[in-house]
Design a protein around this ligand. Sequence first.
Ligand code: PEP
Ligand code: MG
Length: 568
Amino acid sequence: MHSGIAASEGVAVGTAVVLKNRAGQPAENAPPGRAAAEEARFAAALAAARDELALLAADLAARVGEGEGAIFAAHIAILDDDELRREITAKIAAGKTAAWSVQAVFAAYREAFAALDDPYMRERANDLADLADRLGAHLAGDAPSGPAVAGAAVIVAHTLTPSATARLDPAATLALVTATGGPTSHTAILARAMGIPAVVGVTGIDRLVRDGDLVIVDGRRGLVAVNPDQATLAAYTGRAAVRTAPADDGGPAVTRDGHRLALWANIGRPADAGRALRHGAEGIGLFRSEFLFMDRASLPDEEEQFAAYRQVAQAMGGRPVVIRTLDAGGDKPLPGLDHPAEANPFLGLRAIRLSLAHPGPFRLQLRAVLRAAAYGDVRLMYPMIAGVDELARANALLAACKAELAAAGLPHNPALPVGMMVEVPAAAAAAEIFARHSDFFSIGTNDLIQYSLAVDRLDENLGHLYRPLDPGVLRLIAMVAAAALAAGKHAGVCGEMAADPAGALLLLGLGLDELSVSPASLPAVRRLVRAVTLAAARRLAAEAMALDSAAAVRELVETYLREINIDI
Ligand code: PEP
Ligand code: MG
């Protein structure tokens, strides 16, 4: 087994097709007197690439989702960058060919991005390589095309660009495996949105696999097996059925013994609410508001935020919508706010800490959420709460905002529920205390696991230590669920653990009221809940908390899931 980074859920078994990256270097120097002609070729290639990207963005937005289409809108924005164009045309004016100039300038930007500390920005190097390839192909007179794959196959590549990923036909692509990339690469994001299992960052895999090899891709564990032995193959062939899950009715998730679990969706943009509803979301458990704040030089004002939050509230038609206040800092730096350099950004001025350090912008967000709450069942949630004092300070600002809105006669809902994310282990252990100060809990397992096991959630080399099913993590979650139950408060989970079948089953058994997952994951979680009993889930959860290790817990739960024919 080769291990990499689990980038997109699901298991697939199939024949490999290895994509070779484009070879061939363009000539550096143009013949004398060709500068004007080369510049015209560059302008034509730019226009053709722009048209192609606009089509691709529209196609992807319609086929997969608005958010995914936006990836290529961002590519257009890069092409429109004046500085980049100037650098290329300066090289052409100095006698270089258009193709060489494009490659040289993009390579310099790519290197600069690849050297950045921020993993999200590092991943953008792949987007630049993709654009350089696209322009290069137009300059060579051949428009880039997708890989020619006969029948359904497992695609293996050194690096797969977002364009190449977007062109893949999900029906013909069993899975993706790449030697490079991280979980926040656009390739990984697209694979998840398209429902294609993917493992990225499997060093050397493109040199190891040959066309026609039999490959198992385990997109949940981040494992890849090449020409596996019979035992491994037998263990996996049952699981491969995940790719052909039956159609979903979008109805309620009720266990066989009659217990209803609320299934809500996580979204990052207002336009995602439609997808959530199409997959049967009964609410929005997490609206990650930071996407409104990213990729721009200035902060969104109150009106812009109000419009976005109201759009979600109205789209959800009275269903609960949990809007999380800005969760910037950590891996999500914010250009519009002052931020000190930090040795450990995940342990630094992040999330609620950053908002409390900037009460001006924070109040604008609170006002916008209060106003949107007049248009639906909007609930406010603070991220990464570590102390009751943070809740008190945030709520004091909230009270001031309510008073201002009332004085100004602006419609708002002063009674909106106010909850907190449980992401800090100390807050989980003290949930009983926090339940006195919070209307609801939503457990952010992505961070709770990172902080309780002391494993950087983004570090490609530590993936094997990031263990959602660790008995210690389960015990922390159990404390939160028990405290909520005792206080009569709602408790959900909005981290990725809720989308893993074993994780979802244990969370049900631990007593959570609601699971919130990406819209695409809703059908599988619904199917799981309907296949089990609450009694069995409770028994397994109790047993799991007493086991020695995450591996033992996984074995216990997956044995049960196999017995009841659930694909894992
Ligand atoms: C989490 O930490 O589990 C969570 C849902 O928040 P984010 O992934 O945005 O940090
Ligand atoms: Mg989090």
